[in-house]
Design a protein around this ligand. Sequence first.
Ligand code: MRU
Length: 346
Amino acid sequence: MRTVDWHDCKVRMIDQKRIPWELVLVEFDNYQAVANAIFDMTVRGAPAIGAAAGFGLALAAQQSRAETLEQLLSDLEVAAKTLKDARPTAVNLAWAVDRLMAVACSGTYRHPDKLRDVLLVEAQRIADEDVEINKRMGANGADLIHDGDTVLHHCNTGALATVDYGTAIGVIRTAFEQGKKFHVLLDETRPRLQGARLSAWEMEQMGIPYDILPDTAAGYYMRRGEIKVVLLGADRIAANGDFANKIGTYQVAIMAKEHGIPFYSVAPTSTVDLSLKSGDEIPIEERDKSEVLAPFGHPITPPHFKARNPAFDVTPNKYLSGIVTENGIARPPFTESLRKLVEMSN
Ligand code: MRU
């Protein structure tokens, strides 16, 4: 089952807010609802929100009553902005929307109905390619895991964060399918608990041995020498290799370096934003304080207590051992190696 799909003229997705308690599919028949599902994290994870936005824009084209190409393009501009504004950090979202808009504005398709058909084909292509790309990342990264290792993972980068298969968890999955015996430690990843809820649910499905860790426990296990490698995802990678990922990644990176533990990000080249020189330019989403004070509607403080809730942080490239992509592993210095891997996808 795919995390995001097109079904019966609607965008269909797994409601990730309800995992691990129930597996429910929800369907949307308008792009505004798709944008809201991205914002409220019904769908989340950089590649998954890219695919959802692609289908959302194809849906906007179907929704539009435009009878001329000019009118359809103007409706699409409005929808593209709404979808892109849903979440600012993961570049895959803007990347997917821009890819469809480039098709729309190419001048190749003069009839609105033809353009509607072509946009849906392109959105489907983005989703199909994502699965294939994830499997290639899995194959490229599997050698980073050895028999007997304990792997530390942060957030959720599995099938749920993508259309299917996963990025860092895709690497873990490939190594497991190769018959390697290893253990995975999952940071619970407050405040949305993607590690405890989503990654653990995926480990259960695949039968991979794991334990959930409080976010504060990783250093303890590193100091004891138990963790052999850190694998996690990325939401946006700047040209120099600095990268934004789920809040808490930066502190894991510093601890890994202190303990001499290899630290890898696994991400498709669509997550690389060569227009940004460094991570300082990556926009960081701040979410509502209620996610901290009352996770999933369960208050842990009175509602007037104060909190801050950055959804991502930026990790400087000096902490990275490498970046696993579908085209190979980029190694430091990243400005050169990343650009080469990105160009292979163009
Ligand atoms: O806020 P989220 O759950 O969308 O954040 C997800 C992450 O930070 C993932 O690590 C990242 O998107 C990579 S997913 C393959």
